[in-house]
Write a new protein. Sequence first.
Length: 220
Amino acid sequence: MSQADPAAPPSKAGTSGWKTSPVVLGLMLGFFSLFSALLLAFANDVTRAPIAARAAEDLLASLAQVLPGELHDNDPTADIRLLSDAEEGRVRVHVAARAGEVTGLAYELTGYGYSGAIRVLMALAPDGTILGVRVLSHTETPGLGDKIEIGKSDWIAGFSGRSLADPGPDGWKVRRDGGVFDQFSGATITPRAVVATIRRGLDLFERHRAELLAPLPARS
């Protein structure tokens, strides 16, 4: 009967078994998950301030395009009114004012075109006339739907000076639908969505006119 050689090296089975133990594997997975979470949290803390600053700069630049500086002596990025609307939900409204009297309002609404969401920023004068409109973001087809950008065409500038009464409720459509606004060759869905979104913005103003035009509280 043979006996094991006492000088022989120990079997690897015992040393490798712990490496494949479910408990050990679970602990290793938990460690790496925790480490990854800490890295993500650190990266988020480091980038949060720069991202917020960039967003504020972008908002200021966009507002400046639709709310001329000569209209107000306040900061429309700071003077905000929150609307609770039955149709649009909660809407942040940037208020332009001079000596406390409202001289303009700007807010963002979202429409849906051919490829997805279209974020539209529009500004109105106190009488409901459009001061300016800009598309903040979209995913429409390059060369077709992207003509809604001010950098690609002047189509979006054509809404300035319009109102709910000009061209009237039935005119707030693209020409193909019986309205007065041009569509793009091969891309009717995109301008149709923008026109409808601006019309919604005009209706929103009418529903909350008194609330929106109330003077800003005096600053001490």
